[in-house]
Design a protein around this ligand. Structure first.
Ligand SMILES: Cc1ncc(COP(=O)(O)O)c(C=O)c1O
Length: 370
């Protein structure tokens, strides 16, 4: 299909609708070359960078309204590294992993480590969600708050299970864009390249006193734990406002600016309302369309931050995404392994609801002129 040229008046002001890395606001980039310029290229063992880490940890605590005793832990390697760190230092014997997309599946694979019992994997079809179920002997219940590969969001509620069992939530694409009651989880972990509008490479986790106790107990148990993947190491370093090895300073600067912006605007409730406004517009459009439908059939499962829209066979969604890309509207392709005739659109906190409405006009125009 030849590319459709979109009229300027229906283009979004910013064409980035990808699910990660995702839109970084110009004010964040200005922070890099403004106040950040004095910090970039300086030692992460000295006060300026430690103050930056301290500010990020305290603003995250503020944004997430951490209950007493919870702490923010930071480490290198993104959420993928956190999965392996959890296999070494958080799961005592056995995890239950809910899998309804790629990312839940990746944690389940990491939890199948040889020193642990095989995880209790609860699978559900892509586009739906699974629920945790108390099982004797399971000491970690794990699932994603938002499954980025399919656009399914879940409820975060503690599992009534064995005393001491931990609820461990992958919030990589939810944190900063979906409201949450942190007391309903023991570990709420994420990387900052989605709603938090930063770059990749780091992981953060809000950890409960019970999770801290678990981390310390496993670290003292004699289990082999590589230094880079030690949660005890990350906890001790975080308390000193540092990481084991060199962090990406630009990721911290971009994140700090985004946290200030969200908090100044009203925090998580504001962000949640904004992502709902954007995603509701897309779901309503798809429901009214004769060629498109929301991929996630149950409205209760639909994500406010990652909207997946299926097209019928009369439309080539890949050609629509390619045509949009030609006009500067990028990364609307579906998750590569899902293999559907679909567009996947991020409605993260940074993305202007008005830009989502412009995107809808742009998709309509592309459909009409293809
Ligand atoms: C829900 C979820 N978990 C984990 C990851 C992996 O994050 P990272 O690339 O920081 O390892 C992603 C990345 O897209 C994600 O969406």
């Amino acid at each position: 299909m030849p590319h459709v040229v979109l009229p300027r008046e229906i283009l979004p002001t910013d064409g980035r609708f990808g699910c990660g890395p995702s839109k970084i606001r110009p004010e964040q980039l200005s922070a890099l070359v403004g106040p950040g310029a004095a910090v970039l290229g300086t030692s992460h063992r000295q006060a300026p960078v430690k103050n930056l880490v301290a500010g990020v940890r305290s603003r995250l605590a503020d944004l997430l309204r951490l209950p007493a005793g919870y702490e923010i832990v930071v480490g290198n390697g993104g959420s993928t590294a956190f999965w392996d760190a959890a296999a070494f230092g958080l799961i005592e014997r056995r995890a239950q992993n809910l899998v309804f997309g790629e990312f839940g599946g990746k944690f389940a694979a990491a939890a199948a480590a040889p020193w642990l019992e095989a995880p209790d994997v609860r699978k559900a079809a892509p586009g739906t969600s699974a629920s945790p179920e108390a099982v004797e002997g399971v000491d970690v219940y794990a699932w994603p708050h938002n499954e980025t590969s399919t656009g399914v969001a879940t409820e975060i509620r503690r599992v009534e299970a064995d005393a001491g069992a931990l609820t461990v939530i992958d919030a990589t694409s939810a944190a900063g864009g979906i409201d949450v009651t942190i007391a309903e989880s023991d570990v709420y972990y994420f990387a900052p390249q989605k709603n938090l509008g930063s770059d990749g490479g780091l992981w953060f986790a809000a950890v409960s006193p019970a999770a801290i106790e678990r981390i310390e107990r496993i670290a003292a148990s004699g289990r082999y734990i590589p230094e880079f993947l030690s949660l005890k190491n990350a906890l001790d370093n975080s308390r000193l406002q540092q990481t084991l090895n060199t962090p990406a300073l630009s990721t911290l600067i971009l994140l700090d600016e985004q946290l200030r912006w969200i908090i100044d605007n009203g925090g998580l409730q504001w962000a949640d309302a904004r992502t709902h406004e954007s995603s509701d517009a897309l779901y309503a459009w798809a429901e009214a369309s004769s060629v498109a439908t929301p991929f996630v059939a149950d409205p209760a499962d639909r994500s406010p931050v990652v909207v997946t829209i299926d097209f019928d066979e009369s439309v080539d969604a890949a050609a629509i995404a390619a045509s949009l890309r030609h006009n500067g509207i990028v990364d609307t392709e579906p998750y590569r392994k899902l293999g559907r005739n679909q567009l996947r659109i991020a409605t993260f906190t940074s993305i202007e609801p008005d830009d989502v409405r412009q995107l809808i006009r742009s998709i309509d125009y592309t459909l009409e002129h293809s």
